[in-house]
Write a protein that binds this ligand. Structure first.
Ligand code: RFL
Ligand code: PHB
Length: 391
C-alpha cells in the first residue's frame, strides 16, 4: 500500500490530523493497535479550549459539540472551605471553554472518517516504523495474522505515551524531560446530575478533589489518592464519602450520588520529548508530551500540535518546506507553556506528603495571592482558556 501520510494511532491526535488532511486533499491511512470500541471506552478529557473548538470546526466535525457541549465561562476554586470564583470570561475578554467529553469527540471524528470512506486499520498489531530518516519511509504491521507494509512520504506518530514511534527514535537523537508526582487521580463517572453548573477544583487537608461533568445528567469526579491505592479498594460508597469530606456544605447538600459507570486511577506525570521531528517522522500529542490533568491541557495540546502538523504537511504538498522545518520549534513553544501551567496548578492544588514545610507554606501563600489578586486570577484564567497561537 502507498499513501502520503501514515498516521499511527486513532486517538484524538491521529483522528483530527486525518480529518484535516482529508479536507485538504492529502492522502492518509490510520493504523490503530486497538479496536474502535476500546478507544471509545477510555474515559479521559472533558474540557476543550476555544482553539480546540475552532480546530474541530475547521475539521468539519463541530456540529454535535456545539449542540450538546456545555460552554463554561468560569469555575470555582474551593480552598480550605472557602469558594473563590474564577470568572474566565470576565478575566480574558470573553473567552470560554467547552465541556465536551473526549469520548464524544472521538466518536464524531470516527463517524466523519467512516462517512468519508477513509481507511482506518483497527487491531493493527506489531506496528513498526522504518527509514524515517531516509528517502523511503515505511510502516509495517500485522493484521489478522498477515504482514503488511505501507510506503509513505511522512509518518505521524500520534500513538500516545506508550506508543512505538517515540520509542523507535535512536536514544542519542532525543532528550526527555520528566517529572513524576507521588500521587494519582481516582476518577468516577456516574449518571447523576453535576453537583454544580461550573467545575469545582477543591484543595483540602485531605487532598485535592475535582467536580466535573460530561452533560447535565452525567458527572465526573476525581479524588487525589496516593499512587499506592488500588481501584478495587474503592467502593462507590467509599468514594462518595471521601468526596463529601473534601467539599463545602453547599456542595455536600447538592451532591447527588449513584452507581459508578467507570472508575480508574491515573498517575500524574509531566513529560516532554525534544525535538518532535526526526526526519520524516513527526510526534504529536501524548506521544511527545504528557501533562498532569489539573490544567485540562492534554487533549488541547494534542489539538494544537496537530494543527501545526496539518498546516505544515499541506504546505509541503503546495511546495514549501518551511512548516515542517519549524514544526518542532512551534509546537514546543506552546507545549512548554502548557507544561509550566499544568505543573504550577498541580503544585498549588494538591497535597504532597513529603514536601518541605517551607515550600508548602510558600505554595499556600501563592494560592492565597492568586485568588485575591486580579493579576493572579488573570494569569490563571488566561492560561486555563488557552494561550493564543503565535502564528
Ligand atoms: P491517545 O488518546 O493516547 O491515543 C493514542 C492512540 O494510539 C494507539 N497506539 C497505537 N496504535 C498503533 N500501534 C501502536 N504501537 C500503538 N500504541 C498506541 C492507542 O491505542 C491510542 O488509541 O493520544 P492522543 O491522540 O495524543 O490524545 C491525547 C489525549 O488522549 C490526552 O492528552 C488527554 O486525554 C489528557 N486529559 C485531558 N486533556 C485535556 O485537554 N482536558 C482534560 O480535561 C483532560 N482530562 C486527561 C484528562 C487524561 C486523563 N487520563 C486518564 C490520562 C483526565 C484524565 C483522567
Ligand atoms: C474532566 O472532566 O475529566 C476534567 C476536567 C478538568 C480537568 C481535568 C479533567 O482539569
Amino acid at each position: 500500500m502507498r499513501t502520503q501520510v501514515a498516521i499511527i494511532g486513532a486517538g484524538p491526535s491521529g483522528l483530527i490530523l486525518g480529518q484535516l488532511l482529508h479536507k485538504a486533499g492529502v492522502d492518509a491511512v490510520i493504523l490503530e493497535a486497538q479496536t474502535g470500541e476500546y478507544v471509545l471506552g477510555r474515559i479521559r478529557a472533558g474540557v476543550l479550549e476555544q482553539v480546540a473548538v475552532d480546530l474541530l470546526d475547521e475539521a468539519g466535525v463541530g456540529a454535535r459539540m456545539h449542540a450538546e457541549g456545555l460552554p463554561h465561562s468560569g469555575f470555582d476554586l474551593l480552598i480550605g472551605g472557602t469558594r473563590h470564583h474564577i470568572d474566565l470570561a470576565g478575566l480574558t475578554g470573553g473567552k470560554q471553554v467547552m465541556v465536551y467529553g473526549q469520548t464524544e469527540l472521538t466518536k464524531d471524528l470516527m463517524d466523519a472518517r467512516a462517512a468519508a470512506g477513509l481507511e482506518t486499520v483497527y487491531e493493527a498489531k506489531d506496528v513498526s516504523v522504518h527509514d524515517f530518516d531516509g528517502k523511503r519511509p515505511r510502516v509495517r504491521y500485522v493484521k489478522d495474522g498477515a504482514p503488511h507494509e505501507v510506503e509513505c512520504d511522512f509518518i505521524a506518530g500520534c500513538d500516545g505515551f506508550h506508543g512505538v514511534c517515540r520509542a523507535s527514535v535512536p536514544q542519542q537523537a532525543i532528550t526527555n524531560f520528566e517529572r513524576v508526582y507521588p500521587i494519582g487521580w481516582l476518577g468516577l463517572l456516574s449518571d447523576t446530575p453535576p453537583v454544580s453548573e461550573e467545575l469545582i477544583y477543591a484543595k483540602t487537608e485531605r487532598g485535592f478533589a475535582l467536580c466535573s461533568m460530561r452533560s447535565h445528567t452525567r458527572s465526573r469526579y476525581y479524588l487525589q489518592v496516593p499512587l499506592s491505592e488500588k481501584v478495587e479498594d474503592w467502593s462507590d460508597e467509599k468514594f462518595w464519602n471521601e468526596l463529601r469530606l473534601r467539599l463545602d456544605a453547599k456542595a455536600v447538600d447538592q451532591l447527588v450520588t449513584g452507581p459508578s459507570i467507570e472508575k480508574s486511577i491515573a498517575p500524574l506525570r509531566s513529560f516532554v520529548a525534544e525535538p518532535m521531528r526526526f526526519g520524516n517522522l513527526f510526534l504529536a500529542g501524548d506521544a511527545a508530551h504528557i501533562v498532569p490533568p489539573t490544567g485540562a491541557k492534554g487533549l488541547n495540546l494534542a489539538a494544537s500540535d496537530v494543527r501545526y502538523l496539518a498546516r505544515a504537511l499541506i504546505e509541503f504538498y503546495a511546495g514549501s518546506k518551511a512548516g515542517i522545518d519549524h514544526y518542532s520549534e512551534h509546537c514546543l513553544r506552546r507545549v512548554w507553556k502548557a507544561e509550566r501551567f499544568s505543573w504550577w496548578m498541580s503544585m498549588l492544588l494538591h497535597n504532597f506528603p513529603d514536601m518541605n514545610p517551607f515550600e508548602q507554606r510558600a505554595l499556600d501563600a501563592e494560592l492565597d495571592y492568586v485568588v485575591h489578586s486580579l493579576a493572579g486570577r488573570t494569569t490563571l484564567a488566561e492560561n486555563y482558556v488557552g494561550l493564543p497561537f503565535e502564528d
